[in-house]
Ligand binder design. Structure first.
Ligand code: SF4
Length: 339
């Protein structure tokens, strides 16, 4: 199936000085990232803090320019659009199609604006509705996310965390987007509220015909919502697999570590699993040579320290590891099945 959006060889480097006269430091937040999302798919992007997943989301919506590579959006019934080649003005119409939901609704919603104005703002910016039509569209989308019409005049502080996230979702959906990028959209919520918001996102996906890129560090949430998972480490894609395959038969040692963090009931198995975790994530400004994961990998060999593995197909998975065919890694439900 033709991808709705594809990211090809995208890199993003930040440069900054420490102090007025300090040396210029560069930080590679994204390194040659390639992935795509099909229409109607929920693609999860996972990894620890600093792995580049939020930078990836911001690069797709052009909240920041990329250093190299391209992002192509294929709107239904329209020629493909290379978003990375557009300036701010040319990008504006496509911002209606690609919307973001953020982690912390308290900081992403303006506390001085009424809920009505928060949700109406994108319609006003894009000059899509006014007067009675504006009011009806705002009330309609709020009702779809479970916020009653008579709450439109209140301010964000009058709502719970889960309700504020619903308002953030309404603001994203009011423009009738095709692709929604949810950046840690349920991370700040209690577990029971997380489930409600995830179910809501699932329902809205069907109702609005949405495609999701779901950025998260929580593999439990990802297992629940995603069709496919991209695992990132130090700005690199290290694994890209259908959700079931990734949980049952991970191909990259870093994915195995992430799966170990999932809660499991059997304490003996938990102890066995803990033995495979090694080291801390390296400082982004001093990346390891060769395979970016070799400083923490229990399978690392000399080749891994000098030669960077390419992302390649192994079974139904894309994986960046020299030895992906032969490694025996534990899945989320126990030892990996034989290949
Ligand atoms: Fe580990 Fe080497 Fe594979 Fe990297 S290439 S994940 S260091 S075995």
């Amino acid at each position: 199936m033709t991808a709705l959006l594809s990211v090809e060889n995208v890199s993003k480097t930040f440069s900054f000085r420490s102090g007025w006269f300090g040396p210029l430091t560069t930080l590679d937040a994204l390194c040659d990232v390639t992935l795509s999302v099909a229409p109607g798919e929920t693609l999860a992007v996972v990894g620890e803090s600093g792995c580049g997943k939020t930078t990836l989301g911001r690069s797709i919506v052009r909240a920041q320019p990329v250093t190299a590579g391209k992002v192509t959006y294929r709107p239904p019934g329209h020629d493909p659009v290379e978003l990375t080649a557009l300036d701010k003005r040319a990008m504006k119409p496509w911002r209606r199609d690609i919307r973001m939901i953020f982690q912390d609704p308290m900081s992403s919603l303006n506390p001085h604006m009424r809920v009505f104005d928060i949700v109406a703002e994108p319609l006003r910016i894009h000059r899509l509705a006014r007067g009675q039509e504006l009011e009806e569209r705002v009330a309609g989308v709020l009702e779809k996310v479970g916020i009653p019409r008579d709450a439109m005049g209140r301010y964000p502080h009058a709502f719970s965390g889960g309700q504020r996230q619903r308002i953030g979702i309404a603001r994203a959906l009011v423009l009738d987007p095709k692709l929604v990028i949810a950046d840690e959209a349920v991370s700040a919520l209690d577990v029971s509220i997380q489930a409600q918001v995830l179910n809501l996102l699932e329902d809205l996906k069907d109702e609005f015909g949405l495609t999701y890129i779901f950025i998260s560090h929580d593999l439990g949430v990802v297992n629940y919502i995603a069709d496919r998972v991209v695992v990132m480490y130090l700005g690199h894609v290290v694994e890209n697999a259908p959700t079931e395959a990734l949980f049952e038969r991970p191909r990259h040692p870093y994915t195995e570590i992430l799966l170990e963090a999932l809660p499991i009931a059997d304490p003996a198995r938990r102890m066995r699993r803990a033995k495979t975790v090694r080291g801390e994530i390296p400082y982004l400004g001093s990346r390891p040579t060769g395979c970016p994961f070799h400083t923490r990998c229990r399978f690392a060999e000399d080749r891994c320290r000098t030669e960077k593995p390419a992302l390649r197909k192994v079974g139904e998975t894309e994986v960046a590891c020299h030895f992906a065919e032969t490694l025996e890694l534990k899945g989320a439900y126990g030892d990996a099945p034989a290949t």
